[in-house]
Design a protein around this ligand. Structure first.
Ligand code: P6P
Length: 335
């Protein structure tokens, strides 16, 4: 039994981060994030006993059926983050508009989150996750302004995801590499288990919903057909698709390859939302030595114009995403 565990809080307060001026406030914010993840994890694990599977009987701003656990997770995230008194305002996948925090509980950080991503997989016990992005506020007065939340992913000061899988993990970056923490349920702490996570420069796994192939543009179709073929001595890539972004991206980070949710004739801007899905996971992918693109340029350089804006995304091993971009460029020149 180790008696010298590196917990999330201990890692955040360590000398590794001595040059972060707001280290204490950020560590306090992460205590709220860790609590939200533990409460969400526990609610998922106990859903069968507490009749918490199934639908809540309402739809959200995206016209999606809301699961009972979506509401539990969203409330857990809002309450845990507000209680830290480090939050200026929040954006949640489950909320129509910006969530302001009252002046006497107000802090400096702006946080976007998807409290329970992939919830359509919950009832069949497939892994799901939470995703978050953190910016330093820019507005001078108390009001939560669009200028605080409509930000480029590249301007984040920290981000991460929780994966509620066979193990519960928190994978985060403060802009100095990617680190993974695994929940030790016996002591209720996230313990450092993955140091400076890096993605392979080239993989052999592709991850996309091929049920949408009839809607794909020529570039996406050509790229997928190429990596599936044996032409030019190519070894066909393996296909893996869970339908839970955090799970598919986590596997891509660990095993290499490419995850794709392109724009197509059914979803002209793609399906995934920028502020609380694409931006945080793109940041982590770049920090791990990978790449994340909308097909033409880096996702992190996108400036969103609305809090629920959707963007196309191709992320993973640098070689694979670059090959995808070249295919898109060829077709854009041809058209
Ligand atoms: P599709 C889950 O609903 C989600 O937002 C992501 O987690 C996931 O990558 C995507 O949608 C799956 O979408 O259309 O393939 O079912």
């Amino acid at each position: 039994m180790s008696t010298n565990l590196i917990t999330l809080n201990r890692w955040l307060l360590s000398d590794t981060h001595k040059n972060i001026e707001y280290k204490l406030e950020l560590a306090n914010l992460f205590s709220g994030i860790a609590l939200a993840c533990k409460v969400t994890n526990n609610a998922i694990k106990r859903a069968g006993f507490e009749q918490n599977f199934g639908l809540a009987g309402i739809t959200n701003v995206h016209s999606e059926d809301v699961k009972k656990l979506d509401i539990v997770a969203n409330d857990a995230w809002k309450n845990s983050l507000k209680a830290t008194r480090e939050v200026h305002c929040m954006v949640s996948e489950e909320e129509d508009s910006i969530i302001p925090v009252s002046e006497n509980q107000n802090g400096r950080f702006v946080i976007s989150f998807d409290p329970l991503d992939g919830s359509s997989n919950l009832d069949c016990n497939v892994s799901v996750g939470s995703i978050f992005g953190i910016w330093d506020k820019v507005s001078k007065d108390h009001q939560a302004l669009n200028e605080d939340v409509l930000r480029k992913g590249r301007d984040m000061i920290a981000c991460g995801y929780a994966l509620y899988g066979s193990a519960t993990m928190l994978v985060i970056s403060l802009g100095y590499g990617v680190y993974g923490f695994t929940l030790d349920n016996t002591i209720g702490e996230f313990i450092l288990t993955h140091v400076e996570m890096k993605i392979k420069s080239k993989g052999n796994i592709y991850s996309i919903n091929e049920g949408n192939s009839v809607y794909w543009d020529k570039a996406t179709s050509e790229y997928v057909n190429t990596i599936k073929s044996k032409e030019n001595g190519n070894t066909p890539y393996s296909s893996r698709y869970i339908g839970s972004m955090v799970s598919d991206v986590h596997r891509t980070l660990l095993y290499g390859g490419i995850f794709m949710y392109p724009a197509d004739s059914k979803s002209p801007n793609g399906k995934l939302r920028y502020l609380y899905e694409v931006a945080p996971l793109s940041f982590l992918m770049e920090q791990a030595g990978g790449k994340s693109s909308n097909g033409k340029s880096a996702c992190l350089d996108i400036m969103p114009t609305s809090i629920h804006q959707r963007v196309p995304v191709f992320m993973g091993s640098h070689h694979d995403v670059t090959t995808l971009e070249k295919t898109h460029e060829k077709h854009s020149v041809a058209s």
